[in-house]
Ligand binder design. Structure first.
Ligand SMILES: *[C@@H]1O[C@H](CO)[C@@H](O)[C@H](O)[C@H]1NC(C)=O
Length: 167
């Protein structure tokens, strides 16, 4: 998983050892604190997780997502696989081509589902690091044809809902 999560766990233990952090959220008009999140993405960063034993994976998910237990993450952000090298590896897209749709590829659906099982209130977040070439309609850019890019992302959101009940 993310080294940032490990760092976070480390600092959590440090704070626990030193004392208590008080957050005053009683007033003001500043930005709202939405919680603390973890990220699976930016290029196949969780690729090895499915290879661990069921028991070990279950413990890792508990440590990350179970409320009032270890990290207790409040946001789970995942990569929307885009069939392209997005830093450390490649994650599979839900649409290899414009007429292809599959919501069972890769491991991000599984991670979100396991997060939600442990914390039904966890917020989910998806981000593309890469796009299949067809999204650019031959331009090489996912920003030249915004209706294609928006449609592609909307399909992912709809697939998460219809296939897994994830919002
Ligand atoms: C893709 O590009 C072609 C030719 O450049 C254009 O005719 C077509 O409308 C474009 N597709 C979309 C969805 O914009």
């Amino acid at each position: 998983m993310e080294s940032s999560i490990l760092l976070f766990l480390g600092s959590l233990l440090l704070h626990a050892a030193i004392g208590q952090y008080n957050v005053d959220d009683s007033g003001g008009t500043g930005p709202k604190f939405d919680g603390i999140g973890g990220l699976s993405g930016g290029g196949a960063t969780s690729r090895l997780l499915p290879s661990y034993s069921t028991e070990a994976v279950s413990q890792i998910f508990d440590l990350l997502f179970k409320p009032n237990f270890a990290a207790s993450l409040q946001i789970c952000k995942v990569e929307i696989g885009g069939d392209g090298q997005s830093t450390d590896g490649t994650e599979s897209s839900h649409m290899h081509s414009q007429d292809d749709e599959n919501y069972h590829r890769g491991y991000e659906w599984w991670i979100m589902t396991e997060a939600k099982k442990r914390n039904p209130n966890i917020k989910l977040y998806g981000l593309s690091w890469a796009y299949p070439a067809w999204v650019g309609n031959g331009s090489g850019s996912p920003y030249k044809y915004p209706e294609l890019t928006a449609g592609y992302i909307v399909k992912w959101i709809q697939g998460a809902k219809s296939t897994y009940g994830l919002t």
